[in-house]
Design a binder for this molecule. Structure first.
Ligand SMILES: NC(=O)c1ccc[n+]([C@@H]2O[C@H](COP(=O)([O-])OP(=O)(O)OC[C@H]3O[C@@H](n4cnc5c(N)ncnc54)[C@H](O)[C@@H]3O)[C@@H](O)[C@H]2O)c1
Length: 416
């Protein structure tokens, strides 16, 4: 193959669930997208837990590891940095990556508050670095397809959106009190965590949210503590020392989208829970328009339900399987019905990030998208506390705002 080769030195900060997943995504990239000539080189990883740092070398294939993340930023062979630390470190590390002039792939929510996210976005803009944010559900081929048919107007005017990201990772009363439950370490609970993802999907597929109100609830006041760097947030701890849960397990929002060409925009409900009994990772996203509707659920990531028109024998929802003409599906599977998985979404995200790093056009979620999602979430937090509606300050220059640009060569989408 005569493609020019771009070797890109990777530094990783934190080797937990996401750190391991980013690493697998970098390792898969040159196999899934050989035509890009991008060759990530896993240079150095950092984790304060020595066993996890060692795992980065022994299992993931990094050349070296450290317990001090500053060594990642100072390493001369590191071009790009993945920040997969708990939320309380994102502002500090995100701005340090920007000051070091490296490209930044940072996990969501970028900040524990909109102010923290703004600080990282400002530092990135000042340094002129490329950024990417872990809003992976955007990359699902069925979501890319949904966004496209909405942008083409096939659903007519969008009237309402219904999203519910319901997980059961903390449904048991003795589900571990990981850093996610401690306000100083995480910020909000499901608002910043799952509702951040859902808000980004709403922005990406439908448009910006203007106003918000909501309610929240917490299932258990205390949970057994989990030491940082051990287990996962799915862990269950028998007989451990109890500590208080400091943020919400469930949040439900009413949202008003910005005006569309016809005047008032869509409205909707966005909910998230980490204590649902039944749904495992049922992340559903539904859009209802005057001429059609669609719905997607992460537990059936490769499917989309679509309804178009009012009459005829096939009126109502039809199940469509994602296939090679949907997003990046063909890079992973040759035909519909053979499923892509969650990890594949991160390979797509890595591709978009590294394309942007080498200066190629790449529509991907960046720190401005994270700020836009954060502003909704933190306006919602305020609205819940004050029992009122809050306006959301809009963010310029998000990738979600770019709705045109479907490549002319892409397969035309028609439904007869
Ligand atoms: N995009 C997604 O779907 C998704 C899914 C899960 C988590 N996340 C986000 O990813 C981030 C990490 O979550 P996770 O589930 O991987 O957490 P995790 O608890 O599995 O891992 C966190 C790691 O950070 C390490 N750490 C703590 N302090 C450190 C320091 N000072 N320097 C270096 N390492 C340090 C811990 O030892 C641990 O190994 C969070 O921001 C979370 O919101 C995103």
């Amino acid at each position: 193959m005569n493609t020019p080769q771009h070797e890109i030195g990777v530094g990783l900060i934190s080797v937990g669930w996401m750190g391991q997943l980013h690493s697998r995504a970098y390792s898969s990239l040159s196999v899934v997208y050989p035509e890009l000539g991008i060759r990530p080189r896993l240079v150095i990883a950092a984790d304060t837990n020595r066993d996890r740092a060692d795992y980065a070398v022994d299992v993931l294939g990094y050349e070296s590891a450290t317990t001090d993340y500053h060594e990642v930023l100072e390493h001369p062979d590191v071009d790009v940095v993945s920040v997969c630390a708990p939320n309380f470190l994102h502002e500090e590390i995100g701005t340090a990556v920007a000051r070091a002039g490296k490209s930044l792939w940072i996990e969501k929510p970028v900040g524990r508050s909109a102010e923290e996210t703004e600080t990282v976005a400002q530092a990135a803009d000042d340094a002129g670095i490329v950024t990417a944010v872990g809003f992976n559900y955007r990359n699902a081929p069925a979501i890319e397809y949904a966004r496209r048919i909405i942008a083409e107007g096939q659903l007519g005017r969008i009237i309402n959106v219904r999203g519910a990201f319901f997980a059961d990772y903390s449904s048991e009363p003795n589900g571990a009190l990981s850093w996610r439950f401690v306000r100083r370490l995480a910020g909000s609970g499901v608002l910043g965590d799952l509702l951040g993802h859902l808000t980004d999907l709403a922005h990406y597929v439908v448009g910006p949210i203007d106003r918000v109100t909501g309610v929240s609830n917490t299932a258990y006041a205390e949970r057994p503590k989990l030491e940082m760097g051990s287990g996962t947030h799915f862990s269950v701890v028998e007989g451990g020392e109890m500590a208080p849960v400091e943020n919400e397990d469930y949040a439900g929002l009413l949202v008003q989208f910005g005006p569309d060409a016809q005047g008032a925009g869509a409205v909707g409900t966005l909910e998230a829970s980490r204590v649902s009994v039944g749904p495992r990772a049922e992340y559903s996203f539904e859009v209802y328009g005057t001429e059609g509707s669609l719905r997607w659920n992460f537990e059936r990531m490769n499917e989309l339900e679509l309804a178009l028109g009012y009459r005829g024998p096939h009126v109502g929802f039809t199940r469509i399987m994602a296939g090679p003409e949907f997003g990046d599906f063909s890079k992973f599977q040759p035909g519909a019905g053979t499923s892509m998985g969650y990890d594949d979404l991160k390979v797509i995200e890595a591709k978009k990030f590294l394309l942007a790093h080498i200066g190629a056009d790449s529509a991907h979620a960046d720190v401005h998208d994270a700020l836009a999602a954060n502003r909704v979430v933190y306006a919602a937090e305020q609205a819940i506390a004050d029992e009122n509606w809050q306006s959301v300050e809009q963010v310029e220059g998000t990738s979600a705002a770019v709705k045109q640009g479907w490549a002319a060569s892409e397969t035309a989408v028609t439904h007869d």
